[in-house]
Design a protein around this ligand. Sequence first.
Ligand SMILES: *[C@@H]1O[C@H](CO)[C@@H](O)[C@H](O)[C@H]1NC(C)=O
Ligand SMILES: *[C@@H]1O[C@H](CO)[C@@H](O)[C@H](O)[C@H]1NC(C)=O
Ligand SMILES: *[C@@H]1O[C@H](CO)[C@@H](O)[C@H](O)[C@H]1NC(C)=O
Ligand SMILES: *[C@@H]1O[C@H](CO)[C@@H](O)[C@H](O)[C@H]1NC(C)=O
Ligand SMILES: *[C@@H]1O[C@H](CO)[C@@H](O)[C@H](O)[C@H]1NC(C)=O
Ligand SMILES: *[C@@H]1O[C@H](CO)[C@@H](O)[C@H](O)[C@H]1NC(C)=O
Length: 479
Amino acid sequence: MACKLLFLQLLWCSFLLVLVHGNPNYGDALEKSILFFEGQRSGELPPDQRITWRSHSGLTDGSQANVTLTGGYYDGGDNVKFSFPMAFTVTMLAWSIIEHGESMDCQLDNARAALRWGSDYLLKTATAAPGKLFVGVGDPNAEQECWERPEDMDTPRTVYSVSNEYPGSDVAGETAAALAAASIVFQKEDHDYSKQLMKVAKKVMKFAVKYKGNYSDVPGSPMCTFYCSYSGFQDELFWGSSWLFLATKKKFYFKYLDTLGFKNKSTDFFSWDDKLAGAQILLSTRGRSYYRTEAEDFMCRILPNSPSSTTNYTKGGLMFKLEPTNLQYVTSITFLISTYAKYMASSNHNFYCGDILVTAESLRTLAKKQVDYILGENPMNLSYMVGYGERFPQQIYHRSSSIPSMNSHPSHVTCEAGFEYLKSNYSNPNILIGAVVGGPDQNDAYLDVREDKAHTEPTTYINAPLVGSLAYLAGIYGC
Ligand SMILES: *[C@@H]1O[C@H](CO)[C@@H](O)[C@H](O)[C@H]1NC(C)=O
Ligand SMILES: *[C@@H]1O[C@H](CO)[C@@H](O)[C@H](O)[C@H]1NC(C)=O
Ligand SMILES: *[C@@H]1O[C@H](CO)[C@@H](O)[C@H](O)[C@H]1NC(C)=O
Ligand SMILES: *[C@@H]1O[C@H](CO)[C@@H](O)[C@H](O)[C@H]1NC(C)=O
Ligand SMILES: *[C@@H]1O[C@H](CO)[C@@H](O)[C@H](O)[C@H]1NC(C)=O
Ligand SMILES: *[C@@H]1O[C@H](CO)[C@@H](O)[C@H](O)[C@H]1NC(C)=O
């Protein structure tokens, strides 16, 4: 129904574009940022799949453990399903919808579909076998030796799990966060599904709290080379309980938060591994200002002109946290900034970093600057979102985007033969619309070379928080 408004909105948008010349087309970027998730899908693709150069894949995933683990998302340019970053992706998609869904217009259904593709899979990981949480499908080391389309995959689909004996409170806490956040999104839309998500979220959180350990420390786990739990699991216990508190309103979860010792602790980071700042901002914007001091301390460590800033910016104005894949930190942190800006504006609240006054507008300006940079307002004059703008990366590090599709090349491309496509300097044949790559280096420079994985690989956790910031900016500046 909202779509009926589209024509009027288009008129309004063209009017705004004339007025505020120079703003990127946030509505277009939003649509593409969500479309990207269809290119990352694993499992049996539905008839309404819009990225049609992809096809079914991973249809026997889980069979090694006699369970069904089809579906979910490949995390980036390879064909492994890693639950830890996937669950973070799902949490951030859900948070994007909860906080900024009101400015998504016609994209709301697509955003929910992207969320559900992930939450359906996470439900399977938590319910497929009693006493187990599945945390990965596909041997990531074997995958490194192979450049193959997911549709052709013949590398071992090894199944990884955690249990009471070999726990993983990090991946369990993040899975609980994802399921609880998704249950909030579907509360009205699909009440039964929402209830199911909530029930499993509680169960997984209980497991995370009762059996403590890092999933990447499980004997024989290959995860540390890929998605190691560097920050340990305390932050996921905090994050998972925060989401469960907001979803259930049960004091029990809130009391538990205080036992974790994060009062007065703050950080200048937010990522698939490190959730503390996210939880603090979530609690202070949606939980009656709990952990507000910590949330604002975080902002003061990020804002470039703050006396307590610990965050580097490039000459071109891009937040620069860490290699590889710096844009993941930019989009995650920018989501927190956007969300806090919205909260400050709606509650008429300001705060200080030393003697610098911080207003909703200060945060909005920073968020806009980061997003505009990603969309092309940067020294390379290059959009870091594939398919957006006039110039964008042509050689992203991505197996299915870089190898000709099943449609155009139906015969099998082997592991070894695939490397020819990795090494070639041709543009990718399949345009993965909406994919945001790892991004430029600290000198704002970017080489469009496929093998430069640290900069040219897109990932689901770069896009998921960007979905929220794009909706926020579309709501303010027009689409
Ligand atoms: C899967 O089932 C087969 C046949 O029942 C059995 O031999 C095998 O041990 C099972 N594998 C696992 C990992 O449970
Ligand atoms: C989990 O990992 C963190 C970070 O490496 C470490 O400090 C902590 O001791 C680990 N916890 C357990 C129970 O192994
Ligand atoms: C946190 O800081 C406030 C103000 O400095 C102090 O009053 C409070 O005791 C501290 N709380 C904890 C748990 O350290
Ligand atoms: C900021 O950049 C400088 C120069 O490259 C580097 O030495 C420093 O470690 C960076 N600081 C942080 C907090 O990333
Ligand atoms: C980007 O565009 C500006 C303005 O048109 C131009 O001065 C600059 O040389 C361009 N930079 C690159 C790397 O193309
Ligand atoms: C690819 O590399 C060859 C040889 O170095 C060069 O001549 C050609 O221009 C390159 N093509 C592209 C698209 O970069």
